[in-house]
Ligand binder design. Structure first.
Ligand code: XMP
Length: 520
């Protein structure tokens, strides 16, 4: 358990795909919350955690399953408000004396509309401004009889008990998912819930910063910490925060693998070493990486080579720091959430992502992960709080394997040079047109094909490239950015005029899925 000084809300996770979004909605309301899988929530845990309110998440199980997930019965005796969502509603009814029925034609998946009953409750303030409220349903089973003490406050065609409450005990149970985007007014419901639970909204980024610093000091003591700096927002914010906590006990290692963008190494080194006065080891290992990658064209092979070399190189230079006991990482909340896997197996590997996996065990290091409770945009907010320049915080994500995965086929220095130049022109165009902040990520990929062109009176035979720009919330799904034809035409002209080696420019209009954001 991480935080003790704020009012805390406990989310008991029953394995829903969208449990994180509940946490997300609460953080937007400045409420401190933690998600814990139901197996870990024992009587003793509840007593120690002392939540001011509890939310039961949804989940894929059925209360009819053998060993169906349940919270401890003592949760209902704590005298705190409880909100059950979807499976959370069903388990609540099941345990408190109501009834649940199996699907059989009454399953609901997707958009549905809830209409109100005559009585109103505080949980629904600001709801039902229209005669019905759009919600997102995703359930097979449904409640068929509510528990004693509960009343119905909203119904949908396939969920007669869409919104129920035992107002005397402050127990609320809804069949739909208020946390998802498709329940447009869902945030209001959470807002009402935390208000009636007495939360004051005291969990701010400033408070987070202070507490994070205190915790880092506590964890690290006077030991040394090393941090792999990639120049990305997450590792940068982690480094600045840790530096603020423990000063020069922190050393950053920045590995230049020769696959960085134009000027990237200089920008990172200048900012961290010169501006923040942070001890920083900057190693140029481009010969090693590019040498090992020579002749390799398979995307997974390239990723694996880079991942392995990164660990080797990092380890080699980290030992120069001498006696470091901790490794700092910019791990975010979505990466670490302890969720219950009901699927029984890992999901398919689409790409082997590059990180420092395996390193802590290999080097006998403990991890410092001060961002593990934050989502990406909260990390950006913390970065601003720490005074990192906006130009740095707002940077588009850049993958660990760098330009290697934007250079399908063989990687050569010549191609990387061309790619770097084209990318710089493209990003300059995007900035000049004021579009940078509207786009999640934009870059150029150099294609492994030469095509014929004509420039002036001469024939050319040069590389083709693809421009990519996507909008996204979290990188998991993405849409291509709808540039104007004028913008695309002007950008293509600039790239062909300014970058020797490219004579054809295309625009990638694939969304994700079915495409991925990067080309490899
Ligand atoms: P894809 O291409 O999988 O990318 O749709 C989703 C997001 O992840 C980034 N990405 C990576 N980031 N190491 C990283 O740190 C990686 O190996 C890696 N591969 C992809 C990608 O740039 C996009 O933002």
């Amino acid at each position: 358990m991480s935080d003790t000084s704020h009012d805390r809300l406990l989310i008991i996770d029953f394995g829903s795909q969208v449990t994180q979004l509940i946490a997300r909605r609460l953080r937007e309301l400045n409420v401190y919350c933690e998600i814990h899988p139901y197996q870990n929530v024992t009587d003793a845990f509840l007593a120690e955690f002392a939540p001011k309110a509890v939310i039961f998440s949804g989940g894929p199980a059925s209360v009819f399953d053998d060993g169906a997930p349940q919270p401890p019965a003592s949760v209902f005796e704590m005298g705190v408000p409880i909100l059950g969502i979807c499976y959370g509603q069903q388990v609540m009814m099941h345990m408190l004396g109501g009834k649940v029925e199996q699907g059989h034609g009454t399953a609901e998946f997707g958009r549905a509309y809830v209409t109100p009953s005559d009585a109103r409750i505080d949980l629904l303030n600001g709801w039902f401004l229209e005669a019905k409220e759009q919600v997102w349903m995703s359930h097979g089973d449904h409640v068929s009889q509510i528990a004693p003490g509960f009343e119905v406050y909203g119904t949908s065609p396939n969920a007669p008990f869409a919104i129920t409450a035992d107002v005397a005990r402050n127990f609320f149970a809804v069949q739909f998912h208020p946390e998802v985007h498709h329940t447009p007014n869902g945030k209001t419901l959470y807002e009402n819930f935390v208000k009636l639970a007495g939360f004051t909204g005291d969990w701010t980024m400033g408070a987070y910063r202070e507490e994070a610093i205190r915790k880092i000091r506590e964890q690290v003591g006077d030991a040394k910490v090393i941090c792999g700096l990639s120049g990305g927002v997450d590792s940068s914010v982690a480094a600045v925060l840790i530096h603020e906590a423990i000063g020069d006990q922190l050393t950053c290692v920045f590995v230049d693998h020769g696959l960085l963008r134009h000027n990237e190494a200089d920008e990172v080194v200048t900012m961290f070493r010169d501006h923040y006065n942070m001890p920083l080891i900057h190693v140029d290992e481009s010969d090693l990486f590019l040498g090992e990658l020579e002749g390799q064209s398979d995307p997974e092979t390239k990723r694996k080579i880079i991942g392995k070399l990164f660990i080797d190189v990092f380890q080699k230079h980290a030992t120069e720091v001498g006696g470091a006991k901790f490794l700092a990482q910019g791990t975010l909340y979505p990466d670490v959430i302890e969720s219950v896997s009901f699927s029984g197996g890992p999901s398919v590997t689409i790409k082997s992502h590059h990180n420092v996996g395996g390193l802590p065990e290999k080097m006998g290091l403990k991890l410092v992960e001060p961002l593990r409770e934050l989502f990406k945009d909260e990390v950006r907010a913390l970065g601003r709080e720490l005074g990192l320049p906006d130009s740095f915080i707002g940077r588009h994500p850049f993958p660990g394997p760098g330009l290697a995965i934007r250079c399908p086929g063989d990687i050569t220095r010549e191609k990387l040079d061309i790619l770097r130049k084209a990318d710089a022109v493209y990003i300059d165009q995007i900035r000049k047109h004021g579009l940078y902040d509207e786009i999640w990520q934009a870059f150029v990929a150099i294609l492994p094909v030469r095509t014929v062109g004509v420039m002036g009176d001469f024939r050319t035979y040069d590389y083709a490239c693809a421009l990519r720009a996507v909008t996204s919330v979290d990188g998991m799904t993405a849409d291509y950015y709808p540039f104007s034809h004028e913008f695309l035409g002007e950008t293509a002209t600039r790239i062909i005029n300014e970058v020797k080696g490219i004579n054809r420019v295309t625009y990638d209009i694939t969304s994700k899925p079915p495409g991925t954001i990067e080309w490899e």
